[in-house]
Design a protein around this ligand. Sequence first.
Ligand SMILES: [Zn+2]
Length: 476
Amino acid sequence: MSKIESIYHKSPVVVQNIMSSIKGFQIRQVRYSKHTWKTLDFLKKSQFWEVDQFEDYQLEKLKKLVNHAINHVPFYKERYTALKLNSSTIKNLFDINLLPIISKEDFRQHNNSLVSTHIHRKKMWVSYTSGTTGTPLSAYRTHNQLQETMAFMERLYGWYNPKLWRSRASFTGKLIVDPNNSKGPFHRVNHASNQYLFSSHHLVKSNIDKYINELSLVKPEQIDGIASSIYAIADHIIRHDRFGAIQPKVVIPTSETIWPHIRERIEKAFQCKVANQYGSQEGAPLAYECPHGGFHISPESGIFEILHPDSSPCRPGESGRLVVTSFLSEGTPLIRYDIGDVASWKTGVCICGRNMPMLETIEGRIDDMFFTIERGVISRVDSAFKNLPNAIKATQVAQVGLNQFQVRIVPDRNTYREEYADTLVENLHYYLGNSAVIDVKLVSEIQRTSGGKLRAMVNECKTVQNDILTTWNSAN
Ligand SMILES: [Zn+2]
């Protein structure tokens, strides 16, 4: 813990709010500038471009990024020179295929030489992501590109509410409230951005009424952040009939896969739309959902490829690994980066009138997928949870061995009946195969990750994880 953090945790709430606002002001200074608003103006126009306008723009940006990487990033300089690649290699967008795919392992091993030397590191923003091995990896972002990223986010926010500096309740995984505090308040205020930061570490049953009271006083126009935290509040609202206490215009979850039953309950509780979004700490390009339900990629932010294990492109509806090239990643360039997620394309046009291509799904992290001898790699089991009775409050399915699974259920002790678990296990066999051994464990709480996330599917068997990664990466 840093000195400032330890002062923060010893201070009264009013001082913590001042400290949160000072920090918020510093962040706002970096992320919001004239460049942010200028970019937003551009994005408001480009969102209605024709397909060929997007493609021309992407080609120009791709050439520029490759050029930048060769000139300023030791890792790319070495790898591309060895393969005799340069920016003139790229004549059209299909030529992206000529560039090598960068794996997570490359990213980990060459984390340092992937940083651009065109700006001093101290003048960039650094984000840390935890790699699968638990080693923190860093990704550098230039301030200019952070501002551009904010402009992309502002475009999304604006689709639901054109007002700037709308009040936001953001569920964060950071320890903004002392973990031993059980009385609340469970949020702190960042006055600089009209943002109320809610803790994801205090969401036990006895606190949720207090959370709802705090939220109803704050009256957020937008709720965003960790999906499982927002879900915990939504579920409580429905169970205890507290509808109407909080009326945001939109809920924008981050970081977790939004399964249909989770979306359904959040939308019911808050009586507004859930807008799914995709991005990453590494600075990946962005995708987000319009008010008509189209999950559009933002082609101005980068190139999304969805590939089979042999690196050929997937057709719409086929799931494959997501490989991203980001125009927002000058600091640590991501060029054909295999980010470890699985996705699929959707065909058709969206009634919103935008030609920005659409994703059908982002199905979560490969590391948390399952594998059984009978069924191979299993990326989702969500339909097994459809029509779950109210007596089951939360679940997590874990792969604990080669053919072994554990379903963790948080039951409502008053109404729970054993046959509910039987139905769930029966449903899961449909996905995992009949030979899978599935145990049920009733728990009082499902453990969150250190970042405050709650994962619905988790693979706790290292050997199986490695097998899945080998299957997915076999072409590399
Ligand atoms: Zn749309």
